[in-house]
Structure formats: structure tokens, C-alpha cells
Design a protein around this ligand. Structure first.
Ligand code: AHR
Length: 498
């Protein structure tokens, strides 16, 4: 049987585990907000309408950071509609997803929910139909202590202390022809610069994210980032990347190797940003905010034009299988291995819409298969990320050529070692881990997300069909750990070093 070999040495590391990599995304889209996180009258909702079952699952998942309120939604959104007395809020048309938006949930509800899940906000401003003024007003509402028009309005709404929101996205996917108020790179670059300047005058402590390309296959990928950053490099801290990996748009091997594409994208965005830094003679380095990523059968989506005007419609409620969980695990591994330059990542989205958490109105909430690799990685990736030296058998793919069957990352937190590993192949994969310069290991454990049927899913009827389970046979022999990874699986090996 072919096997893989990993070598770990504490002298070689990527950097610290950035907790903001375990971010998620709540958009006013489909049932992510309404009947997802927010459902007044639901048996598990409090007086605030927030579903406690979803809060508990979000905490269990280990989500650290949540992007809000969109997505395409934000480019036609008026944030003032979603604050103040609920009875006075207007119902509006959302042009992004053809939704009837009641505004029953807005910034103040989101921040209340966020406190419950113990996560940090990543707030997006509308640079589609709106501009500098509304963006700066929102920063004033959220972050200014008081004594001004917008900060006093927040206080009047019952929030005396400023929210202190640090991270802000300057619009969303402004390169996309589908975006309401989309822009050319020059138009957007200038607007991002001016909006950032005004927002920073209100609160100098902000961390700002400029919009990169909406995906890597768009023809302007690379040139968009370069042009935009020529305008706003000095005013921003991050450049965004988005990508969805399609289980039905290509071959199965291509899908299982999706992380190769994520890696190419991260490296391409970093190279472009560093090129602009060199041109501008800047020593500052930007980080990537990979603030939309997930598995999504996007090729099956017929576009927003196919939707009817509805409130909280069932849009892209993807059901995930074991292969989807393995791919999500390999994407998390890729983010960890690039944590020296990726500072934020948000899985899109949190509830119902291409999401790890599914809910039914008035009914239960449950974990999709992709919940598990996220929760396991967020729980066990602590301390420092080691640079893993790996050799593994290769598998052929149409899109990326020969790709290693193994994707892996490792973290070390004092005496706790965690190795994250995805077997993309259809055969069990024996792995040997050489601990080289590390102390002796003990208490080795191996959990896996796998199933004899890689198409197995969790459903309302069978919500626990796919769960992490202990795997047999992991062993320690001196400075050598051995284990066998099941076919198409996500795995975590943990050991104590002393
Ligand atoms: O997450 C779904 C949509 O995908 C977002 O609204 C948009 O930003 C992206 O194209």
C-alpha cells in the first residue's frame, strides 16, 4: 500500500495561529438571518428573537469572527433601515436576491447575537448605491462615544457604549457585473481610498479591507487588484479574496483537489499586492482577507433572475456530504499553511445558505457534514503553525495535473501537537509522522470524519449520520507516529509532547 511521510521540526514554522481564520458570514440572504439565526416565536428563541439552538451550535463550531450584512446584499442596503424601534423600520426590496427585506434584524440585533456567540464583527459598507458619507455615518453610529448626531442615535436606541467595530470591508465584489453599483477598478480604487480616509478620520483604529476579485476565474483577476491598490494601498490593511468550490462543475478528482486552487489564488493575490508595494516603494505589507469561501454547487444556481420576490426564500440550501467535508477540511488546512499572509477568513455562510448549520422554521437545527472539520480545526489549531515537510502519493486531476493525495497542516501549543490531514484518495492512506526535533509523544488520539459512503449526508431525519469518530490503529514508536487515514476523510491526530 502506498504511504505518506511527514516530518515536523519546531525550528520551521509558518507563524502563530491567527484566530480570525475561523470566521463565518451572516448575509441577509435566503434563510441565513430570517429563520436561521433570527426567528421570533421559535420555541428556542428568546425575547430578542435569536435562536438559542443556533447560538449554541455557532459556539460549538468555534466561530471567532463574523462578516455582516453581505455579500451582494450590502450593495443596495441602507443600514439606517435596520436600527431603532422595529415597528418603525421600512420594508424594502433587496435587489441582490430579489427578497422582501423587513429590516426586523439589523446592526443592533446582529451585535447582540455576536455577543452571545462570543465573536468579533467584520462589517461591510455599501459602496454600490452609496458612498463615503453613509460609510462614515455608520462608523460614527457604531464607534463614536457620543455627543454627535449618529452616536447619540445609537445611545437613544439603548446602546450607551460604542460597539468598537475594528474590521470593515469597503464594499463587496465591486468587480462583479452582477453587483448593484459595480465599478471599474479605477472608480472603485478612488472610492475605496476616499471612503477609507473618511472612516479613519472618525476612528483611526480601523482595519480596512479593499475588495479584491470576486473569484480567480474572472478575466480581470490580478489586474483588478493591481489597479485598485495603486489607488488605495496606503489606506487599507487587507485585500479580499472570494472563492467557491463546485462539486458538480468538474470531475470528482478536481473537486477533491480544490485546495490547490485556493493556494494558487492566495499566492496570486499576495504577489500582486507585493508588486504594488514595490512600485510604490512601500515597506508595508497587506494581508489577504479570504472573506468568502466554501463548497457550493454554483453551476446549478440559475442566478438571481430566476428567483421570485419573497421574504426569507429557500435559496442555495446546499446539502453537504463526506467528500464536501474533506474538501472543507483541506481548505482550512490551506488557510493555516498561509497564515503568515492570510489574516482573516470567513466561511460563507453560517446558517442554511451554503452553510454548516441547517435549521427548519419552528423546527430543529442540525450540523451538516462540513460543520465537523471546521469545529475540529477551530478547537485544536492553537499556538504555532509548523511548516510540514510531506511526501505523499499523487493522484491525477484534469484541472491541476498531479496532486498529492494528502493535504496536511500541524500546530504546536506548548506540549500539545495537532496534525490535520485530508486523504483525497479512494484508498486508505498509511501515514508516518517523524517528530524529529520534538520531544517524545504520548496520549496519541486520532479522530476522523469519514464514511463508507462518501456521499453520506446529515439530514433533519438523520442529523447525526456523519460525525467525527475515533479511528483505530494510531501508534507511537519513539519519535514516530503512525496512523491510517480512511479514504476521502478529514482527520485530526493529537498527541502530548514531553
Ligand atoms: O455568499 C453568496 C454570495 O456569493 C455573496 O452574496 C456574494 O458576495 C458572492 O458572490
Amino acid at each position: 500500500m502506498e504511504s505518506a511521510k511527514l516530518t515536523l521540526d519546531p525550528a520551521f514554522e509558518v507563524g502563530p495561529v491567527e484566530r480570525r481564520l475561523f470566521g463565518s458570514f451572516v448575509e441577509h440572504m435566503g434563510r441565513c438571518v430570517y429563520t436561521g439565526v433570527f426567528e421570533p416565536g421559535h420555541p428556542r428563541a428568546g425575547d430578542d428573537g435569536l435562536r438559542r439552538d443556533v447560538i449554541e451550535l455557532t459556539r460549538e463550531m468555534g466561530v471567532t469572527t463574523v462578516r455582516y450584512p453581505g455579500g451582494n446584499f450590502v450593495s443596495n442596503y441602507e443600514w439606517e433601515d435596520g436600527v431603532g424601534p422595529a415597528s418603525e423600520r421600512p420594508t424594502r426590496l433587496d435587489l441582490a436576491w430579489r427578497q422582501i427585506e423587513t429590516n426586523a434584524f439589523g446592526l443592533d440585533e446582529f451585535m447582540t447575537w455576536l455577543r452571545e456567540v462570543d465573536a468579533e464583527p467584520v462589517m461591510a459598507v455599501n459602496l454600490g448605491t452609496r458612498g463615503i458619507r453613509e460609510a462614515r455615518d455608520l462608523v460614527e453610529y457604531a464607534n463614536f462615544p457620543g455627543g454627535t448626531r449618529w452616536s447619540d442615535l445609537r445611545i437613544k436606541h439603548g446602546v450607551p457604549e460604542p460597539y468598537g467595530i475594528r474590521v470593515w470591508c469597503l464594499g463587496n465584489e465591486m468587480d462583479g457585473p452582477w453587483q448593484i453599483g459595480g465599478k471599474t477598478a479605477d472608480e472603485y480604487g478612488r472610492l475605496a481610498f476616499e471612503a477609507a480616509k473618511a472612516m479613519r478620520r472618525v476612528d483611526p483604529g480601523l482595519e480596512l479591507v479593499a475588495c479584491g476579485s470576486s473569484n480567480m476565474r474572472i478575466p480581470t483577476f490580478g489586474s483588478w487588484e493591481a489597479r485598485v491598490l495603486e489607488h488605495c494601498y496606503d489606506q487599507v490593511d487587507y485585500i479580499s479574496a472570494h472563492s467557491y468550490y463546485d462539486p458538480v462543475g468538474g470531475s470528482r478528482a478536481d473537486f477533491l483537489a480544490s485546495a490547490v486552487e485556493m493556494e494558487q489564488q492566495i499566492e496570486g493575490v499576495i504577489a500582486t499586492a507585493d508588486h504594488v508595494a514595490a512600485r510604490l516603494g512601500s515597506r508595508k505589507r497587506l494581508k489577504v482577507s479570504f472573506d468568502e469561501w466554501n463548497v457550493w454547487s454554483q453551476s446549478l444556481f440559475r442566478g438571481e433572475g430566476s428567483l421570485d420576490w419573497e421574504h426569507a426564500p429557500r435559496i442555495i440550501e446546499e446539502e453537504y456530504d463526506v467528500a464536501g467535508a474533506a474538501v472543507v477540511g483541506s481548505l482550512l488546512i490551506t488557510l493555516l499553511n498561509h497564515a503568515d499572509r492570510v489574516g482573516i477568513a470567513c466561511q460563507a455562510q453560517l446558517a442554511n445558505v451554503i452553510a454548516p448549520i441547517r435549521t427548519e422554521p419552528g423546527g430543529p437545527a442540525w450540523r451538516q457534514t462540513i460543520f465537523h472539520p471546521f469545529a475540529l480545526t477551530a478547537a485544536h489549531a492553537r499556538g504555532r503553525i509548523l511548516r510540514v515537510q510531506a511526501t505523499a502519493p499523487a493522484m491525477p486531476t484534469e484541472r491541476y495535473g498531479e496532486v498529492p493525495v494528502l493535504a496536511t497542516a500541524a500546530t504546536l501549543d506548548d506540549d500539545r501537537l495537532a496534525v490535520f490531514a485530508v486523504n483525497r484518495g479512494d484508498r486508505p492512506l498509511p501515514v508516518e509522522i517523524d517528530l524529529r526535533g520534538l520531544p517524545q509523544a504520548s496520549d496519541l488520539s486520532h479522530v476522523t470524519v469519514a464514511d463508507d459512503d462518501t456521499g453520506a449526508r446529515n439530514t433533519e431525519r438523520e442529523p447525526r449520520r456523519v460525525e467525527p469518530r475515533p479511528a483505530d490503529g494510531a501508534a507511537i514508536d519513539g519519535h514516530r507516529l503512525t496512523a491510517v487515514l480512511p479514504p476521502v476523510s478529514f482527520n485530526v491526530l493529537k498527541a502530548r509532547l514531553s
